[in-house]
Ligand binder design. Structure first.
Ligand SMILES: Cc1ncc(COP(=O)(O)O)c(C=O)c1O
Length: 378
């Protein structure tokens, strides 16, 4: 599809519904082949204007907070699941109101809230997050199984005597990984928690399954899910976030100025710090439409944001032609972990949110202005 980004207000996130649908169809094929249920992890992608589309394929949403649970209930429907490292007393009534599944991170949290869950007039299915102490994630920042991690109960701290009312186990140990990492993880889960899985109704394999990326091994995933379902008689949930919106969106920006200091620096109207914070946090280098690595094209530029942060730098890229103020720079794969993490540091405005479809062109869903900036301050 050829999109004419030059007509759009910048900065803006553009989500391509055709590409999103392509991802959703792959996820649905996994649900059907493996006999599992897939939830959208909203922490990665909460663009609720496309929740009705997502709901056509997925069975609901995973939430990390009361607000996400409410968003899922109000905008998506289907099953609403929640997990957080700890719940607040003053939010728990709301969490019960919006959630079908509540996953607790510890037995102390379970003990604190189980009376309320039992007394609640509607059925809520409760689970415990476990830590199998095995993960192939290299970066400590993203490794829930790193030594000293607060995320999930280790076997040593697992309390078989406190499982009455617990219907499921949850583990999350992957990050942008192929299904071989899941296949290697499952024996650790089974070795530590297999005897308890037999007593459960469901198991949630968490997120980090990069199911929609080219080359992902779907057959291994399907085999893993089926084997756990059959061996333990449990229902299996997956809650990918990134895989739902992978390669389905762009961040479109405009060059504001080009300055020189040993290297040509193009200052954009989008910021790594404000609009794509994972570029600095992960860190990673986003791809740009029509640009390459240094040396691949004639004209080399460092791309940087309009904030005061010296390190608000997206990276060095080469372009076939010189950049000038007014030129568009289009970053790829900007739908996930962008809108949900952005901020207005320096008073930089938030990117507009735009949808597109091959048949219909662009549709501006939301524009942000001064009021949105001021509304978060007082
Ligand atoms: C508990 C849990 N579930 C799901 C996800 C979604 O992961 P991803 O977006 O990598 O698929 C995360 C990400 O951190 C998570 O912590």
């Amino acid at each position: 599809m050829s999109l004419d980004f030059s007509i759009l207000p910048t900065p803006c996130y553009v989500v391509d519904e055709d590409l999103l649908t392509r991802n959703l169809k792959i996820l649905d094929s996994v649900q059907r082949r493996a006999g599992c249920k897939i939830l959208l992890a909203q922490k990665a992608f909460s663009m609720f204007s496309v929740y009705p589309l997502i709901r056509q394929y997925l069975c609901g949403a995973a939430s990390s907070s009361l607000f996400e649970a409410r968003l899922a209930r109000e905008k998506m429907g289907g099953e609403v699941h929640i997990y957080a490292p700890a719940y607040r007393d003053d939010e728990f009534a709301g969490i019960m109101k919006y959630s079908d599944h509540i996953v607790f991170n510890s037995f102390s949290q379970w003990d604190r809230f189980k009376g309320q869950v039992r007394a609640y007039p509607e059925k809520i299915s409760c689970g415990i997050r476990v830590n199998p102490e095995y993960s192939e994630i290299g970066t400590e920042l993203y490794n829930p199984c790193a030594p000293g991690s607060r995320l999930g109960v280790t076997r040593e701290n697992f309390r078989p005597d406190d499982l009455e009312g617990i219907e499921g186990l949850h583990f999350h140990t992957l990050c942008e990984q192929n299904s071989d990492a899941l296949e290697h993880t499952l024996p650790h889960v089974e070795e530590k928690f297999g005897p308890f899985l037999k007593r459960m109704k469901w198991v949630n394999f968490g997120g980090g399954h990069h199911i929609t990326r080219p080359g992902y091994d779907l057959d291994t995933l399907v085999r893993c899910v089926r084997s756990v379902r059959e061996k333990y008689g449990v229902e299996v949930y997956l809650e990918p976030g990134e895989a739902v919106a992978l390669n389905a969106g762009y961040l479109v920006s405009t060059v504001l100025d080009v300055v020189e200091n040993g290297v040509k620096v193009a200052v954009l109207d989008t910021s790594a710090a404000c609009h794509m914070p994972d570029v600095l946090e992960m860190p990673y280098r986003p791809e740009i439409v029509g640009a390459g690595k240094p040396g691949e094209n004639l004209c080399l530029y460092r791309l940087a944001g309009p904030t005061c942060l010296a390190g608000d730098v997206i990276g060095d890229y080469s372009f076939p032609r010189p950049l000038s103020p007014g030129d568009r720079v289009v970053f790829r794969d900007m739908a996930h972990y962008t809108m949900v993490k952005n901020n207005t540091f320096n008073g930089v405005g938030l990117p507009a949110i735009i949808l597109c479809r091959e048949a219909e062109g662009f549709r501006v869903v939301r524009r942000f202005g001064y009021r949105d900036f001021a509304a978060r301050l007082s």
